[in-house]
Design a protein. Sequence first.
Length: 269
Amino acid sequence: MGTKLKALTDEQFAFFEKEGYVIVKGLFSEKDLREIDATFEEMSDRAVPGYFEPVLDGENADPLKRYPRVMHPHRFNETAKRYMLHGPVMEVLADLYGEEALAAQSMFYYKPPGSRGQALHQDNFYLQVEPGNCIAAWTAIDAADEENGGLLVVPKTSDFEISCPETADSNESFTTHYVKPPKDQKAIPAVMDRGDVLFFNGNLIHGSYRNKTKDRFRRAFICHYANASATRINTHYRPLFRADGTAVDLEPNPDGGPCGIEFEMAYPH
């Protein structure tokens, strides 16, 4: 790498290069986390059409009806936008990219007790960042482990080609796509404390199991980024934002991807 690392140690950078992911401890302070808690607690009781559409009345057999994920909260909430551009996260991304990162997407997952997970998948199938790749910054707002449906990663699949997914098991996954790991690779849990951030590249196969607990949410604030030298991205992720909050508009990527055009409506991720 030409430039000196600013936020990561050489060991952390080497781990990311080899395994395709790295967990960086404590990138969000307790003060940051309390502000995120309050913002999404307040948001959880009202619908924002097109972004967050909970079923607020009556009993829901599926807990994700009451607590679906929030898509692109940065587009209507200033606190979400500020934390999508969180300085410590942007510095790590600059180390991983070797250049400035552009923020493309934010999401908030409540993942209440009993809710389904998300089948194994690859992010750049959806974001279609070219040239380069997307990187996810997955922040644990609650401690995440195997019991409450923390994230699973398949190490060393970061250079695995983007695959056309199979159909996921809808009893266990709230999304419809499933990418099968290579025969010699298994998904392992990324165990995280509150405030830790997991970074992984857009080809890494990852997902999560069901939240098996009776009383623990597994909230996560998840953002996706592109390298500043990228020129194209899926149209659903435009515009992107620099660290200072200014908007950047990449060209829409017309590529149908590894499935041809039948998965054109793959968004949302």
